[in-house]
Design a protein around this ligand. Structure first.
Ligand code: ATP
Ligand code: MG
Length: 476
């Protein structure tokens, strides 16, 4: 971050110094919200959560080297006291990004694939200059400003992930660090329940392109009609990516190897190059094209883009991590999160990776789907039941619709399986277990060398535990 004395921090946040805070003491960063992350020179931001109150850790943070605490009440340590720590954090980040006109801000949004695309794009921009990008999925009103506050005068690019849980959220994030380039991936079914419909989701995601300046670029998915329509909502130039012929940045001759890794010819107005991804699954093609389009707009040569994309491995964990055990069992760990679209993509990946092999899946009921929840979870069960599995484990609460859908589909596989794959006809065991650990125990009983198992569920189920236990018990 740009070093700031406490007096200046108080001014930016309309706060008051307390606890004998020295107005001249300089915060050099990092700005953190977890006292365990404090380093000498840090500013510790105290949030009051449902279970833990950060204010209780103020003294500990200062002992660990924090210069002061940004707090909403006086604490037993030097502090800048503000009415609302989230608003103060946003104000600090806004001031910081305004002081860094040399850094180009690129925002990435969409229902699925933001983190993957952000990681790929950060890899590409790093070829052109110092890049800041969030760790994992830091994409909300807290993670976003914390990421922006990592930038300094060296920073040339900030690749930021913007997520919306409601109308107005993305607009607020774009005010903190105004983007020059906005990438919109797709409008899908994540958080459908919160929004109440795809049109509302499109409205929220489109706030990113509305925030772009006239000399900015909206990078839009040509293959998603709701994203394409966003072209009308921006003053910026529009660049389309996708497989559609109208896309300026196009994937042509798309193929997948026997493990489900995509290859394509990246075609641009100034030449083309072959990309062979190390990332698994169909969505990786879309995500890598989006990253390519943004990097192309920033001036990175097509050959460099293609070479970098072809070397990229997953940077953020539990997203389509494919690991072969010594005994030849392949574990697909896609446990980071799940929604109806990403479940379909994951089962498609299981289908290609598992061709000619026994396939298993550990899944859990999807959440945050609103009034269609029962129907969409029954559909998920049908998807799993019709996927030609040799065994299905459904973990955790509210599993009944999933179990019902799976049983119905497994009993009539001919109706369900689009591939006509009848392995598992009527015989497919379907087991309900309470949690991630029990899921690992159950599927372990079935696995034999050469099998493939997909592990995927909503964040709250932490099914990465299942995958880690299957891979030898190491957990983090
Ligand atoms: N373009 C895509 N279309 C559909 N599904 C995708 C796409 N990209 C990734 N996925 C799936 O979505 C899941 C999450 O991927 P990723 O973490 O990149 O998305 P995200 O948008 O950052 O999610 P979150 O909103 O949870 O931060 C993964 O399971 C992945 O398989
Ligand atoms: Mg994410």
């Amino acid at each position: 971050m740009i070093p700031l004395p406490l007096a200046r921090i108080a001014e930016i946040t309309s706060g008051a110094l307390s606890g004998m805070a020295d107005p001249r003491a300089v915060v050099r960063g990092p700005v953190v919200i977890d006292s365990r992350d404090v380093r000498p020179g840090s500013l510790f931001v105290a949030f009051k959560g449902a279970r833990v109150d950060g204010h209780d850790y103020a003294a500990q943070a200062v002992r660990a080297g924090a210069v002061a605490v940004l707090a909403s009440r006086a604490v037993d340590a030097p502090a800048v006291v503000v009415p609302d720590t989230a608003a103060a954090l946003a104000a600090l980040a806004t001031a910081q990004s305004a002081a860094l006109p040399g850094a180009t801000v690129i925002g990435v949004t969409g229902s699925a694939g933001k983190t993957t695309t952000k990681d790929l794009l950060a890899r590409l921009t790093a070829r052109m200059g110092a890049t800041i990008a969030p760790v994992g999925s830091f994409n909300n009103e807290i993670g976003h400003p914390l990421t922006v506050l990592r930038a300094d005068h060296e920073t040339r690019f900030m690749v930021l992930e913007l997520s919306a849980r409601n109308i107005g959220h993305i607009r607020a994030l774009t005010r903190i660090a105004p983007p020059r380039i906005g990438v919109v991936l797709n409008v899908g079914t994540a958080h459908l329940g919160v929004f109440g419909g795809k049109e509302a989701i499109a409205k929220a995601k489109g706030e990113l392109v509305e925030a772009l300046p006239r000399d900015g670029v909206a990078v839009l998915n040509a293959d998603d009609p709701l994203v394409r329509e966003m072209a009308a909502r921006t003053e910026a130039r529009v660049t389309l990516f996708g497989r559609a012929p109208e896309a300026a940045i196009r994937a042509e001759d798309v193929t997948f190897d026997e493990r489900g890794r995509g290859s394509y010819t990246l075609t641009t107005p100034s030449g083309s190059a072959r990309v062979s991804l190390l990332l698994y699954g169909e969505p990786a093609v879309e995500n890598s094209l989006a990253a390519a389009a943004a990097a192309y707009e920033l001036g990175l040569p097509v050959a460099t883009i293609a070479a970098e994309l072809s070397e990229a491995t997953p940077r953020s964990r539990w997203r389509m991590e494919v690991t072969d055990r010594p005994d030849g069992v392949t574990v697909i760990n896609d446990a980071y999160n799940a929604n109806p679209d990403s479940m379909r993509a994951a089962f498609a990946a299981l289908g290609s990776l598992g061709r000619g092999r026994r396939r298993f899946a550990v899944i859990a009921a999807l959440r945050e789907l609103g009034e269609d929840s029962t129907q969409l979870n029954t559909d998920l069960g049908r998807l799993a039941g019709g996927a030609g599995l040799s065994g299905l484990v459904v973990a955790g609460p509210e599993a009944d619709p999933v179990l019902a859908g799976a049983s119905a589909a497994a009993a009539h596989p001919g109706d369900m399986s689009p591939t006509g794959d009848m392995s598992g006809t009527g015989e497919m065991p379907i087991v309900h277990v309470p949690d991630a650990e029990a899921a690992a125990a159950q599927v372990s009983r079935w696995l034999r060398p050469g099998d493939v198992v997909l592990v995927k569920g909503p964040r709250a189920m932490s099914l990465e535990r299942t995958a880690e236990l299957l891979l030898g018990g190491a957990t983090q």
